[in-house]
Ligand binder design. Structure first.
Ligand code: LMR
Length: 395
């Protein structure tokens, strides 16, 4: 019956993570998947989340509504748009609880496929590989706009603007507003405003994918692009709590659609609920309750914001540590990129062959594109990673 089924080639991130787990070497280092580990190499349980868990306990488990917890959805709106944002105050934002950031982008793609079909979807070159897959699954063709300039190791801003201008009016444009995956380079404020002008003039439909809020400069700072954009135009915003709540396996995220008015938002919310019902019916409860409890309580929210700051500071410190270690080993390897990029990821410029050499020889795992997850670095593994990096870069 299924003889014609082709083997799965594997996912460039998740399958690599499986290979890491299966690697018997004790000194192996996982810098592949976007997961934050603490100084001891463990995925942290945040204090605010633990306190939230104690409050929530475990009671009956009815179905959640299709759109998710009301307090959770309110929390998403406040966190993403900021208290008092005009779109929220005007009740123009339709928000649902989703299965992580991936689920948010997936429902956004399903919603757009039904209501704005036949458009081209533009994603950055490079991007998180699943952006292509999620929009293609929904029936779209995907294309790219330039983003990474390998010579300057920064954003190819002119190329990006030109491509957005040249695209057919009303194209769907996926943007990562902060801590770009995989490159770690972001638009500055002036560039964000210039891109916004083009997007609005071209009537493009913007899908923001914000998976790392709080890992760049701060929870509010990181959302500034989205907030300014949403003051000027409609857009979709996917956000994730996997990283900033350290709740990867709970699949907690949100999808918000900024609409023209409250009536439109009501109808859009209805269609999002329908998309959820046809896909997985309603979101799961436990992780959602934790997030809702933390975001809905001033003290826990403040504690959580502090813990996000701790994770951010540690990642920045590890970038610096790795740069120092590499410099101590060699003056010939340029490490400026580590300090200019931010968030969980650094695009190292290493080739696939160099990445393979690090993995096979030293058990140091990066994604094949040369993406390094700096959130997996710690004092104990930095010297080994630096040595492996220098050897690969100079081979
Ligand atoms: C990553 O890019 O490593 C993370 O966002 C995990 C994932 O789902 O790919």
């Amino acid at each position: 019956l299924f003889g014609q089924v082709e083997p799965f080639a594997g996912d460039p991130i998740l399958s690599l993570n499986d290979s890491f787990k299966a690697d018997p070497r004790s000194e192996k280092v996982n810098l592949s998947i976007g997961v934050y580990t603490d100084e001891n190499g463990r995925i942290p349980v945040l204090g605010a989340v633990k306190a939230g868990h104690e409050r929530v306990g475990f009671a009956g488990r009815p179905y959640l509504p299709m759109e998710g917890h009301a307090i959770y959805r309110e929390g998403v709106q406040k966190l993403v748009f900021g208290a008092g944002h005009p779109a929220v105050a005007d009740r123009r934002v339709a928000t649902i609880q989703t299965l992580g950031g991936t689920g948010a982008v997936g429902i956004a793609a399903d919603f757009l496929a039904k209501h704005t079909p036949g458009r081209t979807v533009l994603v950055s070159d490079p991007t998180w590989e699943n952006h292509h897959g999620l929009f293609q699954r929904a029936g779209f063709e995907t294309a790219t706009y330039p983003y990474w300039d390998s010579a300057s190791r920064s954003v190819d801003f002119d190329g990006m603007i030109k491509a957005l201008e040249a695209a057919e009016n009303g194209s769907i444009v996926v943007l990562q507003p902060v801590c770009h995956n995989p490159t770690g380079v972001d638009l500055d404020e002036r560039q964000q405003d210039a891109v916004t002008d083009v997007l609005i003039a071209k009537r493009h439909i913007v899908v923001f994918d914000m998976a790392y809020q709080g890992f760049g400069n701060g929870l509010d700072e990181d959302a500034a692009f989205v907030r300014r954009y949403a003051e000027r135009a409609s857009c979709l915003v996917a956000n994730s709590f996997s990283k900033n709540f350290s709740l990867y396996g709970e699949r907690c995220g949100g999808l918000s659609v900024v609409c023209r008015d409250a009536d439109e938002a009501e109808r859009v919310l209805g269609q999002l609920k329908l998309a959820v019902r046809r896909s997985y019916s309603s979101p799961p409860m436990t992780g959602g309750l934790l997030v809702a409890t933390v975001l809905g309580n001033d003290d826990l929210r403040a504690q959580w914001a502090g813990e996000v700051g701790t994770m951010r500071t540690r990642m920045d410190a590890m970038r610096k540590r790795l740069a120092d270690e590499i410099r101590a080993l060699s003056n010939e390897v340029d490490v400026g990129f580590l300090l200019n990029q931010r968030g969980m990821f650094s695009y190292t410029g290493l080739s696939e062959a160099q990445v393979r050499a690090m993995r096979e020889r030293d058990g140091v795992y990066l994604v094949g594109s040369g993406r390094m997850c700096v959130a997996g670095l710690n004092e104990a593994n930095v010297p080994k990673v630096a040595k492996s990096f220098v050897e690969a870069a100079q081979a």
